[in-house]
Design a protein around this ligand. Structure first.
Ligand code: 5AD
Ligand code: SF4
Length: 461
């Protein structure tokens, strides 16, 4: 009997990957994904704890789910299992259970391979059997997930590394995701091959600290990220590779060489710097300073002259002075980022920075975030404008809003719109001449017939 499963994902790309794998785990039990919580047999909120706002959103959504659960269970026979997963579950599981009596199940990012047992227990239970599993189990989650991954889009995520040992003082990740772990190289190659067989052409390797990757190689020894990229790039039919999120400290020569040597490795790198002031970087425990970041960028651009960067920034970290903030602004001007995420510092429970003195007042954070976002938006628009007249390879992924319009991604992750191509162009990489540049997207026209598709008939299975 099929059952309806509604999964809502908050936060990072790792959560998007995890949600997909939860669906894979539950598929053999008859759970099929649906788009609406109303009437679902199971609802999973896969949550994010990185900043306060993300966590609050979960509680407001739970209010709405409560009504759906009541409606579904009104007849006394039907059941809706409500589960909270992810990093809020990990960090605040017990509190969540207390605060939200209708939540049936709470499980952290390291335990979702145990979902079938948890669901069986919840379904068997007469009355209520509330389940909480926020262990960091000794068995490795990835070893217990289904070996088969389900079909994904033309562009897919693949988790290769999880957890973080860096302990930046503002960040909850080392506490919610746990210690750094790298999957064995061949497991990743096999998963990539399966995705490609099912139609994927672009893979983004995921990890909280992805370039700390050091997985077991097949013949003993370890693979670095650089080595893994080389191996992946041998897979026929895989045309584009990306990886995120990187830590500047872990950019090694091997990785820089991969950017020089591998045409499939896209020339766009998300390399968060967070701040431009050495004093703040030190208080953040970032383990790099402004000069070392600049040096890495220089080496990367020497290896791959087309490379463009994006970054994350935090403004209003405790003790950040006007001068410190100006250092960050100067860093942005010097390096230039074609895309970026910037956040006001948000104190997170249990992290060292939340207990620091000299917390920055909210109005100061607001002023700084507006200034940095204006500068970053300017740089993004300038980069987009500089694309006018250029030819770019675009992987067409979906329909656009307008009739007959398709949307794809450039090597630099810019969405690119194009009109007048047949539906069958979806999943193809086409060469477009850029004719329109907007703040967040580009428009283009076909240069010549669909190009460079070695196997153009291959479609999502
Ligand atoms: N406050 C604000 N931003 C944060 N980030 C992580 N923790 C915090 C916090 N406590 C940002 C960092 C990180 C991104 C994923 O989220 O910039 O790179
Ligand atoms: Fe958090 Fe720092 Fe680890 Fe990134 S490197 S996940 S910001 S602790």
């Amino acid at each position: 009997m099929t059952k309806k499963l509604f999964v809502k994902t908050y936060g990072c790309q790792m959560n998007v990957y995890d949600s997909q794998r939860m669906q894979d785990v539950l598929a053999p039990l008859g759970y099929q994904p649906v788009d609406d919580a109303a009437g679902a047999d199971m609802v999973i909120l896969n949550t994010c704890h990185i900043r306060e706002k993300a966590a609050e959103k979960v509680f407001s959504d739970l209010g709405r789910i409560r009504k759906h659960k009541k409606a579904k269970e009104a007849n006394g026979t039907d059941k809706m299992i409500v589960a909270v997963a992810g990093c809020v579950a990990q960090a605040e599981g017990a509190e969540l259970m207390r605060r939200e009596p209708m939540v049936d199940m709470v499980f952290g990012p390291q335990t979702y391979h145990r979902l079938p047992e948890m669901v069986a227990r919840a379904n068997r239970a007469v009355g209520r059997d509330r389940i909480i599993d926020t262990d960091f189990p000794a068995e490795e989650k990835f070893d217990h997930l289904p070996q088969q991954v389900s079909r994904q889009g033309y562009s897919a995520f693949l988790a290769i590394q999880e957890g973080c040992d860096k302990f930046c003082t503002f960040c909850v990740v080392p506490y919610t995701r746990g210690a750094e772990y790298s999957r064995p190289g061949m497991d990743i190659i096999n998963e990539a091959r399966q995705l490609v067989e099912k139609g994927t052409r672009e893979i983004t390797l995921l990890g909280q600290n992805v370039n700390a990757y050091h997985g077991d190689g097949p013949n003993g020894g370890e693979w670095t990220l650089g080595r893994l990229l080389r191996e992946l790039s041998e897979i026929d039919g895989l045309d584009r590779i990306r990886y995120t999120t990187s830590h500047p400290r872990d950019v090694d020569d091997d990785l820089i060489a991969a950017h020089r040597d591998l045409p499939k490795l896209m020339p766009f790198l998300h390399l968060p710097i967070q701040a431009g002031s050495d004093r703040v970087l030190q208080a953040m425990n970032r383990k790099h300073d402004g000069a070392s970041y600049r040096e890495i960028v220089t080496k990367l651009k020497d290896a791959c002259p087309d490379l463009a960067l994006s970054s994350d920034f935090i403004v209003g970290f405790p003790g950040e002075s006007d001068k410190d903030f100006e250092d960050t602004m100067q860093m942005v001007r010097d390096i230039t980022f074609i895309q970026a995420f910037s956040f006001k510092y948000s104190p997170r429970p249990g992290t060292p920075a939340s207990a620091m003195e000299l917390q920055v007042p909210e109005p100061v954070k607001t002023e700084r975030i507006m200034r940095i976002q204006a500068l970053l938006a300017e740089q993004q628009l300038e980069f987009n404008r500089n694309c006018l007249g250029r030819e770019m390879d675009v992987l067409l992924e979906r329909h656009g809003k307008l009739e007959g319009q398709l949307v794809g991604k450039s090597p630099y992750m810019q969405p690119v719109h194009v009109s007048g191509l047949p539906e069958s162009a979806l999943g193809q990489i086409v060469r477009l001449k850029i004719t329109e540049a907007l703040p967040n997207s580009l428009g283009g026209e076909l240069v010549d017939a669909p190009v460079q598709n070695r196997d153009s008939e291959r479609k999502i299975a």
